[in-house]
Design a protein around this ligand. Structure first.
Ligand code: BGP
Length: 474
């Protein structure tokens, strides 16, 4: 199989990490607007009111809200054929349960999409990338409450209609799989995905399982709705997946690695196999978690199967059996793989892992796969010549692209696109830092939120332009 001529090349961003303008044009406060720079990853502070003097990175972002024409022009110059954006729910329904949508919010995204189309860049639109109106957390208790699914669907319907005919690729959720009762990463992800403080949950396992279930159901219902509104829509869901390798060939470790990796797939199973997987229900039951699946819900799973799988890939991880009560410590760090280098944040750099994961996933579902995020977070230096020579980024991306091409050309995986994470520097989701940079375009902004916001092309800018021009040949 060759790379198709309509293969999508581009990048991926999220509203709360770039837009800023957190209270402009009628936008309501959202989960990420309450997360301060110092509190990232520590699951504190989500419920307190916004204080003066504390820095909230999403309040300014990189000011994409006002500067998007300049940024999109640069993406077009690199030859992008696709850009994944997200819609901030709180721009459309400021409180989440408002009776009518905010016109200015809709117009912003219509204009943004028009700007992309002007350059023939296909918008890939994520409907949930951690941007829930905070009112839905405070008043309803977030995704644990079934009513939130209905509010989400109303928001989806508004956007499917507002962008009908202009957007054909949609993503229902970003990385819902990181909400997991068995994960030690629950702290940070319960916080940014659902706006809840993990330490304060009285029945943690039950709550997280219910949240995961409601999000899965919401995704399936959104797919059905999006297909009804426009049968041309291609609707997928994005998962952040790490291949998990056993620490050695001890069968207990192999089984542990298999189970840890499989945790990232139960929701994909539900979305592709048209029913919530029985093995997950059995596992939950074993842990004292109860989920009741009504006949109406079963219908939703039947009708909401996705058109493609979005894959966010950064790193692989290693697992070891530690007894029956073991938790998954693999995500983002955990045990080191002696065969792999790591990024400054301890993420294992594993290009072959991408080929492995593409094969694993494609053979399981035979659905098109879009690589919706891939990239290296690094600290960039401006050299004396005023340039940023980010050869490490080029090295990381080029090795991943080569492995992706092998998966397509040799292994026959139907991969339809490659989007780098953060083609322009943006606020990091798990650290809140600006100094953890991913972009081809440098943004003058520091961890204190100070800077001119000036955009400068890095060395990787020209390199990625050539990659796209040569369809990945480099
Ligand atoms: C993914 C998220 C992105 C992005 C990326 C990199 O999990 O979908 O929003 O942030 O991770 O993570 P970080 O910014 O923490 O380096």
């Amino acid at each position: 199989m060759k790379l198709k001529s309509d293969f999508l090349w581009g990048g991926s961003i999220a509203a709360h990490q770039v837009e800023g303008a957190w209270d402009e044009d009628g936008k309501g406060p959202a989960i990420m607007d309450f997360v301060t720079a110092g509190e990232y990853g520590q699951a504190r502070g989500i419920h307190k009111s916004i204080q003066a003097g504390v820095r909230y990175p999403s309040h300014t972002g990189i000011d994409f809200y006002h500067r998007y024409p300049e940024d999109i022009k640069l993406f077009a110059e690199m030859g992008f054929t696709a850009l994944r954006i997200s819609i901030d729910w709180s721009r459309i329904y400021p409180q989440g349960d408002d009776s009518t949508p905010n016109k200015a919010g809709i117009e912003f995204y219509q204009n943004l999409v028009d700007e992309l189309l002007k350059y023939k860049i296909k918008p890939i639109v994520t409907l949930y990338h951690f941007e829930m109106p905070i009112n839905l957390v405070r008043k309803y208790g977030s995704w644990e409450n079934r009513q939130v699914v209905d509010h989400y669907l109303r928001f989806c319907e508004t956007m499917f209609r507002a962008l009908k005919g202009k957007v054909s690729y949609w993503v229902t959720f970003n990385e819902m799989n990181h909400i997991d009762p068995q994960s030690e990463a629950s702290d940070i992800f319960t916080y940014i995905i659902a706006g809840l403080k993990y330490s304060e949950l009285t029945n943690k396992a039950q709550t997280l399982a219910t949240i995961g279930y409601h999000m899965t159901l919401a995704s399936c219902a959104a797919v059905e709705l999006g297909h009804k509104i426009d049968p041309e829509n291609k609707i997928g869901c994005v998962f952040g997946i790490e291949p998990v390798y056993p620490i050695n060939s001890d069968p207990d470790n192999i089984l542990t690695a298999f189970k840890q990796m499989d945790r990232d797939f139960y929701q994909i199973d539900a979305m592709c196999k048209r029913k919530f997987p029985q093995y997950k229900l059995a596992e939950y039951k074993d842990q004292g978690i109860e989920l009741v699946i009504s006949t109406a819900d079963q219908e939703i799973f039947k009708n909401g199967s996705i058109d493609f799988i979005g894959m966010n890939y950064y790193a692989s991880s290693v697992a070891e059996y530690k007894g029956a009560q073991e938790k998954n410590s693999a995500l983002f760090g955990g045990l080191q793989n002696p065969f792999l280098p790591t990024s400054k944040w301890g993420w294992a750099i594993d290009p072959v892992g991408l080929r492995y994961l593409l094969n694993y996933t494609y053979r399981k579902y035979e659905l098109p796969i879009m690589i919706t995020e891939n990239g290296l977070g690094a600290i960039d230096q401006i050299d004396s010549d005023g340039q940023i020579h980010d050869s490490y980024r080029i090295d990381y991306l080029s090795k991943h692209i080569q492995e992706m091409k092998k998966a397509i050309e040799i292994d026959q995986v139907n991969c339809i696109g490659y989007l780098t994470w953060g083609p322009i520097d943006l606020v990091s989701a798990t650290t809140g830092q600006m100094s953890k940079r991913y972009g081809f375009i440098y943004v003058d902004l520091d961890d204190q939120g100070l800077g001119t916001l000036k955009r400068t092309k890095k060395a990787s800018f020209d390199w990625y332009q050539k990659v796209i021009e040569s369809s990945g040949t480099q």
